[in-house]
Write a protein that binds this ligand. Structure first.
Ligand SMILES: NC(=O)c1ccc[n+]([C@@H]2O[C@H](COP(=O)([O-])OP(=O)(O)OC[C@H]3O[C@@H](n4cnc5c(N)ncnc54)[C@H](OP(=O)(O)O)[C@@H]3O)[C@@H](O)[C@H]2O)c1
Length: 344
């Protein structure tokens, strides 16, 4: 007998991806329940070759559910995750609500799977921000080899990172530009079609945006609090996958050639870097894939021990849904949860 799994936010970008990844990876679920808001009761979503009808989160009883994969935003998670956890169901949450809570592990399985043990304090495990997840997968093996001191990262983040309404906005604005209709911006602060927006999430007092702050504090929590990181996060008119331009400085000597050897064998990483036209990965090609792709790897001659690279990954998969399912697999493989129906 397998697990009973609930997917909250099943009609959303991340929720739909979670359902397909659970099926693709053959996660041992006896039953998968799709949950969303009251608005979506009865809406059909796909789980492999099955169709599930969405139920209302607010009236669902979690007392015999083992794992809840939650992707319905911070305020929904703030209200519901503690209640679900208190019913003995482990919540794996995609929002930013719990990521900095010291009683909630923030996990990227390739990087810090061992930190998962603290989850029983609240029965909540946090999934990092999409741009942090792919970054730490690339940084971890390099940090192990030469100790990272400083990271400078500029992101090129797709609109799917802001939810399904944001994807619709890029589509409708692009169409409006072509047919000379007025361009309406609702989800983003400025027009995103044929444009770039150097603001993701709200501004903080120091001039950084909250997205940039998240990359900093989450990298510290997952990888090493001693790493200094500065980020500039930019929204780009791409539907799926985030790209990052990354400069890394090390305590010890590490050349781009050393990094190439290390990254070739690193879990979750694929190196695509042939130094010829097209010999690198782009967001379009990474969409639908699981890997964190590294390209344009080179020495940074402006610092003592530094390299630069280009990093691309599907934000809905490694940045959210895949990472969440991998966390559920860690719980299962390390026997940190048992199926409640099996135990009965
Ligand atoms: N997209 C990414 O790359 C990414 C990466 C990492 C983390 N995240 C996080 O994952 C979460 C979901 O993102 P998304 O991109 O999937 O958003 P989305 O496409 O806008 O979907 C939001 C989902 O939340 C549900 N929801 C909203 N209010 C609800 C309520 N009161 N009760 C129950 N369900 C409710 C929606 O259901 P209805 O259809 O019924 O409204 C929908 O299924 C967010 O916290 C986001 O920050 C996203």
């Amino acid at each position: 007998m397998g697990y009973k799994v609930a997917v909250v936010g099943a009609t959303g970008n991340v929720g739909r991806e979670i359902l397909s990844i659970l099926d693709e990876r053959g996660f041992p679920a006896d039953e998968v329940v799709a949950l969303a808001s009251r608005r979506s009761v009865g809406v059909e979503v796909s789980y492999g070759d099955k169709t599930l009808k969405c139920k209302d989160l607010a009236t669902y009883d979690f007392s015999d559910t083992d794992i809840c994969l939650m992707s319905a935003g911070g305020s929904v998670s703030k209200e519901w995750s503690p209640k679900i956890g208190a019913q003995g169901c482990v919540v794996i949450d995609n929002s930013s609500q719990w990521r900095t809570d010291p009683d909630v592990p923030l996990i990227v399985p390739e990087v810090n799977a061992d930190a998962i043990v603290g989850f029983t304090k609240k029965n909540i495990i946090a999934n990092p921000n999409c741009s942090t997840a792919q970054l730490v997968v690339a940084l971890k093996p390099l940090h192990d080899a030469a100790t990272i001191t400083r990271v400078v990262v500029s992101t090129y983040q797709s609109v799917s990172g802001a939810g399904k309404d944001a994807m619709d906005e890029l589509f409708s604005q692009t169409r409006a530009v072509f047919v000379s209709d007025p361009v309406e911006a609702k989800k983003f602060p400025k027009r995103i079609a044929f444009n770039l927006i150097p603001q993701i999430d709200v501004f903080m007092e120091d001039g950084f945006t909250k997205e940039e702050w998240k990359m900093n504090v989450e990298t510290k929590k997952i990888l090493d609090p001693k790493i200094k990181l500065t980020a500039t996060c930019v929204r780009v008119p791409v539907f799926i996958s985030h790209a990052e331009s990354v400069n890394v400085e090390f305590e010890k000597e590490l050349s781009a050639e050393d990094a190439r050897k290390i990254l070739r064998n690193a879990p979750g990483v694929l190196l695509v870097d042939t130094r010829e036209p097209g010999g690198y990965m782009t967001p379009h090609e990474a969409a639908g894939e699981d890997a964190t792709y590294i390209s344009r790897l080179r020495d940074d001659p402006t610092v003592d021990n530094g390299i630069a690279f280009w990093c691309v990954s599907d934000n809905l998969r490694k940045g959210a849904a895949l990472n969440a399912v991998q966390i559920a697999e860690v719980l299962m493989n390390r026997k940190l949860i048992t199926s409640r129906s099996k135990a009965a």
